[in-house]
Write a protein that binds this ligand. Structure first.
Ligand code: DAH
Length: 345
């Protein structure tokens, strides 16, 4: 062993600058571990001549104590760093991508419809998706043998008793719940998901969405209904939109009507979206049948009202010409990201 050998380790120890806990541990092994440089000097110390033992012994012990002190000090600094949020990372590295989601087209259109009717003073109500026969059919004047109650159309949760439990086939059930709960006059829209036992195709799905509307007050007339629908259509499809009402039938309204809007693609000239007619069907509506008012404890001599219901996917299809219903439910990101910009509208 020579003085230079000891001096070299002293210099190395002075220059030591370990930052992280891992680096400190590596340094400890390098100096004081089994094969460390200071341990190696102690091994050599055993071999040297007795007259040098005192001199070198002292120098080696001082070196060892200094090494232990320095490593402990660096260890404390590294641990304090971890407590203060960890060792400083390289902030110049590129970050990990964070993908922003976008609103679903059905949500965008539902919100648009809700916003329009809110402006007209309508409240928004929701009801359960798992309903009973009374709220979906009975209170809405469906005759006992009406085909909509058939197993073909309705998903039953539990059948075989007086008031079967089922998945609602339309949001008209929320009309009934509104009439049960809300004080008169009632002005409400009810957006929600509905279920029908249909084979899935481009034009039909077993799950879709509707918005139901109900207005009940004294002296409500068909003219009020027509005006409400016209104002809605113009807000939704543009100020030049015209509407056309065709007679129809629903058990819960009398008279009933289906409403078309003028085709906003060809402006009445006829195109393949409106199948050459210049008109697009958007909703069903009518004056609430007095039987329905009565079934819900409202005096039809004093009150009258109108109701309407529309499919949200149908409106979205007309808005964006996406004519395959399945796209709305397949969660294909390529389709969903098509609507990112619709958010800014
Ligand atoms: N419930 C009807 C359906 O699912 C839509 C509807 C039509 C609702 C006329 C109404 C209405 O409130 O008055 O096809």
């Amino acid at each position: 062993m020579t003085n230079e050998q000891i001096q070299q380790v002293v210099e190395e120890l002075k220059a030591l600058n370990a930052k992280t806990a891992k680096e400190v541990e590596e340094a400890r092994v390098r100096f004081l571990g089994k094969k460390g440089s200071i341990t190696a000097l102690f091994e050599e110390f055993r071999e040297i001549a007795p007259e040098y033992k005192k001199l070198y012994g002292k120098a080696l012990n001082v070196l060892k104590q200094e090494a232990i002190a320095k490593i402990n000090e660096l260890k404390e600094i590294a641990e304090a760093d971890i407590a203060a949020g960890g060792p400083k990372e390289d902030l110049s590295l590129p970050g990990e991508g964070f993908e922003l989601g976008s609103r679903h087209p059905v949500s965008i259109v539902r919100q648009e419809i809700v916003d329009i009717f809110r402006k007209f003073g309508y409240d928004v109500a929701e009801g359960p998706e798992i309903e009973d026969d009374w709220h979906v059919f009975g209170a809405l004047n469906f005759p006992p043998n009406h085909p909509a109650r058939d197993m073909q159309d309705t998903f039953f949760v539990s059948a075989g008793h007086e008031n079967p439990v089922l998945l609602r086939t339309h949001t008209s059930s929320v009309q009934v719940r509104a009439m049960e709960k809300m004080p008169l006059p009632i002005r409400v829209i009810c957006p929600g998901r509905v279920f029908r036992n249909e084979a899935i195709s481009a034009r039909a799905h077993c799950i879709f969405h509707q918005v139901e509307g109900l207005y009940i007050d004294e002296g409500v007339t068909f003219a009020d209904l027509k005006q409400a629908i016209l104002l809605f259509a113009r807000e939704m499809f543009g100020p030049d939109t015209a509407i056309r009402m065709r007679p129809s039938y629903f058990p819960f309204t009398e008279p009933s009507s289906e409403v078309d809007v003028s085709c906003n693609i060809c402006h009445g000239k006829g195109c393949n979206i409106c199948k050459g007619t210049g008109w697009l069907e958007i909703l069903g509506c009518g004056m609430v049948d007095p039987n329905v008012l009565e079934a819900n404890g409202i005096d039809p001599q004093k009150y009258s009202g109108f109701a309407f219901g529309m499919g949200i996917e149908r409106i979205a299809m007309l808005k964006w010409q996406v004519n395959d219903l399945r796209h709305y439910f397949e969660n294909d990101l390529r389709f969903l990201h098509e609507f990112d910009t619709a958010l800014e509208v």
